[in-house]
Ligand binder design. Structure first.
Ligand SMILES: [Zn+2]
Length: 363
């Protein structure tokens, strides 16, 4: 798609309405093309949207309707310098950011401040209303965020470690005081009640079959998942993953016990596996049994957990285990994430369930 910046707009003839179907310069046919226009005045950041633009198929002259451009330019001029606008979420600048969060409708804003870090929460600011105005102007729907509150934070990103600690403290205070969830996803979804809560039937059948072997532990975890029982879908999914991995290893141990061809050392090594950390158990089971047939699930997890380069299977297994350790076992204080930086747990849970289904089918 063709990109046009505000600087370049001088080269484009602004034209309110087309008088005829033909190019006023050469009489050629006019085509309609999609462009991405960035209204950011200068420097870092981006305030861009897609528009229709017209172009002469003969001489190449471009025509852009001024109302598209001017509205966005006006918005860009009211936002803090170097703003980066994510349309369904909010804007980020080094001085200030404001984002949409889930919560109740508020008629005022609550302000909390500590050591130069300030959060205000509640009714969207006038600046934010202007962003929403731009969305509603062109889109048929406003993505359901009409009554949602916003969080305004100054200064904006990047945040230092001490600022992250303060932001977490202030968010806890606001949540405690308002009783609001104040969660954040990008792209924004106003509610999560329609979140997919299904697991594949083959996995349900498999776990029911295991009840004799695991005293129903697998089915119990499955029920926690389906009924959204505490401790939550992410934790339960990781518990289920470790459970199916253990069951697969136990099955191998019981087979090896009856196998005269297996040496004692090999048998003892097999027993040792059950006590190994998740990444080692998972790697062993995948390497020995399912190999490349779980590459799809692992590469999905690789990108969902936040890889910055090409897929690597061994590292993906390590990442899954590290993510589990960080989210399920203990929080690492050197990596405090803020609500708008979180991963989509729903996507991770779905990929994990798909991986569990394949591993469970082994036993
Ligand atoms: Zn022309």
């Amino acid at each position: 798609m063709k990109k046009i910046t505000r600087k370049e707009i001088g080269e484009v003839e602004l034209k309110a309405f087309r008088a005829s179907e033909d190019c006023p310069d050469c009489g050629g046919c006019i085509d309609s093309i999609r462009i991405n226009y960035d209204a950011n005045p200068a420097g870092k950041g981006s305030i861009s949207r897609e528009f229709e633009m017209e172009q002469c198929s003969e001489c190449g002259k471009e025509f852009l309707f001024p109302r598209f451009v001017r509205g966005l330019n006006r918005l860009a001029d009211t936002l803090p310098k170097q703003s980066d606008v994510k349309w369904n979420l909010g804007y980020f600048s080094p001085d200030l950011m404001e984002i949409l969060v889930t919560g109740r409708r508020h008629e005022s804003r609550l302000e909390v401040e500590r050591s130069g870090v300030k959060i205000t929460y509640g009714k969207p600011t006038d600046t934010f209303e202007k962003i929403r105005g731009e969305i509603v102007r062109y889109d048929e729907v406003d993505h359901g965020f009409k009554f949602q509150p916003t969080l305004e934070i100054s200064p904006g990103p990047e945040f230092s470690k001490s600022q992250r600690i303060i932001l977490n403290e202030l968010l806890a205070e606001i949540r405690q005081e308002t009783g609001d969830e104040i969660s954040c996803r990008f792209p924004f979804e106003p509610n999560f009640t329609e979140e997919n809560n299904q697991v594949p039937k083959s996995l349900v059948d498999e776990l029911i079959c295991w009840s004799d072997r695991d005293d129903g532990a697998g089915v119990a975890m499955l029920n926690d998942l389906l009924s959204r029982q505490p401790p939550g879908r992410l934790v339960t999914t990781f518990r289920l993953l470790e459970h199916v991995v253990d069951i697969v290893i136990r099955k191998r141990i019981s087979q090896a016990r009856m196998d005269a061809a297996i040496e004692m050392d090999e048998f003892l090594e097999l027993i040792e596996q059950i006590r190994k950390p998740l990444d080692q158990k998972l790697r062993k089971v995948i390497d020995e049994h399912v190999d490349c047939c779980v590459n799809g699930e692992l590469s999905d997890l690789w990108s969902e957990i936040g890889a910055d380069r090409g897929y690597n299977r061994n590292e993906a297994i390590q990442k899954v285990a590290n993510f589990r350790n960080k989210k399920v076992h203990k929080m690492n204080p050197s990596n405090l994430r803020l609500p708008w930086e979180e991963h989509s747990y729903q996507a991770i849970v779905e990929s994990l369930i798909s991986l569990i289904e394949k591993i469970a089918a082994l036993s």
